[in-house]
Design a protein around this ligand. Structure first.
Ligand SMILES: [Zn+2]
Length: 342
């Protein structure tokens, strides 16, 4: 995930909009729709906004289609209210199944993205790497790190979306995983960019690799600390993620100062990075403003909501950055063959 997300992600969760403190989990239910172990789940109904627990409430413009708190790993994908609940909003089981499946779009979309990015290193090897005579394994390694970073981010995001209705504690834990995934993606995106940006200067390359890695480790430690997700640390979170994002701007600017626009534009694929940033920023803006459901509540409850658009935008951005890295790889090979201006 690009640095452009950082400031926003620090002030609001990437998925669960409010990073509630663990205190909220002491009263996970509001007295209704509480499942009981062993109860027969047979009423076909999804829940309305006012029926879900406070810790689940994130976007008030999504009025319907919420899954019951499951307290069960497998049943999190179930969509039915417990036995004894009143007749449902949606009476047809098939319709309930279809709607709930679409509501898991955010999980499926990122699972699909994770699979694609796990396969991409193989694609890169067969389609690009073997075509360049004399290409060293480090070229393959840095792009693989990026792809696996994206895959990890998407897996954590999908995990959150699947388990966010398990229970309050699970929701908060998975929310922290979601933050962690973003850090992994940002770190993974920086590794190949630094590699190609300072291709001729191993000292600077290692300096920036160490800097960005140590910053990522600090951010990881703080992200996984339970108290860090509480509102009390909201500004610290914002500063931390913004700082990590801005640290990548530092090495981009440093490279521009040393080698100039024409060289770094190719080495760091700055045009692709720009389009990647645009895609991420558009997705983040749609996510933050909750458009279009803000304008037409209920219409986008099932499909087309801002969070779904945000996921698609992130996947497009990740793909654009991959394409940019492939271009940088070919240019770097040209550079080692003596046809690249340094
Ligand atoms: Zn999400």
């Amino acid at each position: 995930m690009p640095p452009q997300f950082a400031s926003q992600l620090g002030s609001m969760g990437p998925d669960a909009g409010s990073s509630s403190p663990s205190k909220q989990c002491q009263t996970p239910f509001d007295g209704q729709n509480e499942p009981t172990h062993g109860s027969t789940i047979k009423s076909w109904r999804l829940l309305l906004w006012h029926e879900i627990p406070k810790w689940q409430q994130d976007n008030e413009y999504i009025v319907s289609g919420y899954r019951l708190v499951s307290l069960h790993m497998i049943a999190t994908t179930h969509t039915y209210t417990a036995a004894g609940q009143p007749p449902g909003l949606y009476g047809c089981p098939l319709r309930v199944y279809c709607i709930s499946t679409i509501r898991l779009f955010n999980a499926y979309s990122h699972m699909l993205g994770a699979v694609v990015f796990m396969i991409l290193p193989l694609y890169f090897y067969n389609r690009h790497f073997v075509e360049e005579a004399g290409a060293q394994v480090q070229y393959l390694l840095v792009i693989s790190i990026y792809c696996l970073g994206v895959a990890v981010c998407f897996v954590f995001s999908a995990t959150f979306h699947i388990l966010c209705n398990h229970s309050c504690n699970y929701a908060h834990f998975c929310n922290r995983l979601d933050y962690l995934g973003i850090l992994v993606l940002m770190w993974g995106a920086g590794v190949p960019t630094i590699f190609y940006g300072f291709f001729c200067d191993s000292k600077l390359r290692w300096t920036y690799w160490m800097t960005t890695t140590s910053t990522a480790v600090c951010c990881t430690y703080l992200t996984l600390a339970p108290d860090f997700a509480s509102p009390r640390f909201r500004h610290w979170r914002a500063s931390l993620y913004a700082g990590f994002g801005l640290s990548s701007i530092v090495f981009v600017l440093h490279g521009l100062l040393i080698y100039g626009w024409e060289v770094q534009k190719q080495r760091m694929s700055l045009i692709s990075m720009g389009w990647m940033a645009v895609s991420n920023l558009v997705g983040a803006a749609i996510y933050a403003t909750r458009i279009p459901e803000r304008w037409l509540p209920r219409v986008f409850d099932t499909f087309g909501a801002s969070h779904q658009v945000f996921h698609v935008a992130v996947m497009i951005a990740a793909w654009i950055h991959f394409q940019g890295l492939v271009e940088a790889f070919h240019l770097a090979r040209g550079m080692t063959a003596g046809s690249f201006r340094t």
